[in-house]
Design a protein. Structure first.
Length: 323
């Protein structure tokens, strides 16, 4: 049975039209309805994490102004990483002695690194979560497991999750301080100060002259010169520079996409296994993240979209080969 192609924008114009259309659909979460700009940002976050556009809208939540990803999606991202050697979850104990465990194995060449994290009922009580209305009351064991999972996945694969925490954890954090509050007095009776006579008129110009005499004029320091941007360099999967430095973002974007096309031809000519090819593209993405972060949003979306399109194609090929 043939598989339908995934619809994914490849440039800024397509992304804006795609976001506008999606925001008008009745099949997206309520937080994105009628908000194409939020849809676009969520899709970009999805590209950063390796999620397809619709997967990003269903699995990325913005809580207290910060993006987070649901625990099941975080687990999928880690398991999809070729360096993952397995994830095991279990719960020990009974009653208030229950402890949730999550063991994540990561492959480093011939070595396997194991990262285990736990979250117990005692931890939940200390954080004032145990007995809290909502999931902590209805699905207590599930929430314990999600906390242990979130800690283990982030510690073992920080590069795959890009520092994003799980939505289940973010929902339990208190709102940040500094939110505006209505401090309007609630009383409606007259203010007694209104009955006092007005102050005598003041000669503003005389006060200004007096103040001008005592104020020391401090000369302004010249602004610091704007630093020239560093050279734009493209790196291959081994971390070596590809060709020479590029003069600007546009040249960098062309050089990056050209290198990806060269890799794609090499994969086909050498009949490289799709899983191995996908791992090489992951390495390319990691080596170029810092440079891509300095790009203009439009060019950055084009470059990351081009890379993720090729990664998605390899993921499908790897899945078909496994079947």
């Amino acid at each position: 049975m043939s598989k339908l192609p995934t619809l994914a924008p490849t440039n800024m114009t397509e992304a804006m039209e795609f976001s506008k259309m999606i925001s008008q659909s009745g099949m997206v979460p309520g937080a994105y309805k009628g908000k194409p700009q939020d849809v676009l940002v969520a899709i970009q976050w999805g590209y950063e994490l390796g999620l397809q556009p619709l997967q990003a809208l269903q699995n990325i939540a913005v809580i207290n102004g910060k993006p987070s990803v649901y625990g099941d999606a975080a687990l999928a991202l880690v398991k999809n990483d070729p360096r993952c050697a397995g994830v095991k979850e279990w719960i020990d104990g009974e009653g208030d002695s229950r402890v949730a465990h999550c063991l994540v194995k990561r492959r480093y060449a011939e070595e396997i690194e194991e990262t285990e994290r736990t979250f117990s009922v005692a931890d939940a009580k200390k954080a004032r979560l145990w007995g809290k209305q909502g999931p902590w009351t209805s699905y207590a064991e599930r929430m314990l497991a999600m906390r242990a999972r979130g800690f283990a996945l982030r510690d073992a694969f920080p590069d795959a999750l890009k520092g994003v925490i799980t939505a289940e954890e973010a929902q339990d954090y208190p709102a940040e301080k500094g939110a505006a509050k209505d401090i309007t007095p609630s009383f409606t009776h007259a203010n007694p100060l209104d009955n006092l006579p007005p102050p005598p008129p003041v000669d503003d110009y005389a006060e200004y002259q007096q103040a001008e005499e005592i104020i020391e004029v401090i000369p302004e320091e010249p602004p610091e010169p704007i630093k020239a941007p560093q050279a734009w360099r493209v790196f291959n999967h081994q971390g070596d520079q590809y060709k020479s430095d590029y003069a600007d973002e546009s040249a960098y974007s062309d050089g990056f996409t050209t290198m990806l096309d060269v890799y794609e031809k090499k994969f086909k000519a050498s009949e490289i296994d799709p899983s191995e090819a996908l791992a090489m593209l992951h390495q390319i993405r990691d080596h170029n993240l810092d440079t891509m972060g300095q790009m203009d949003a439009v060019k950055r979306l084009h470059v990351s979209g081009y890379l993720n399109t090729k990664m998605s194609r390899l993921e499908k090929e790897a899945g078909s080969a496994a079947d």
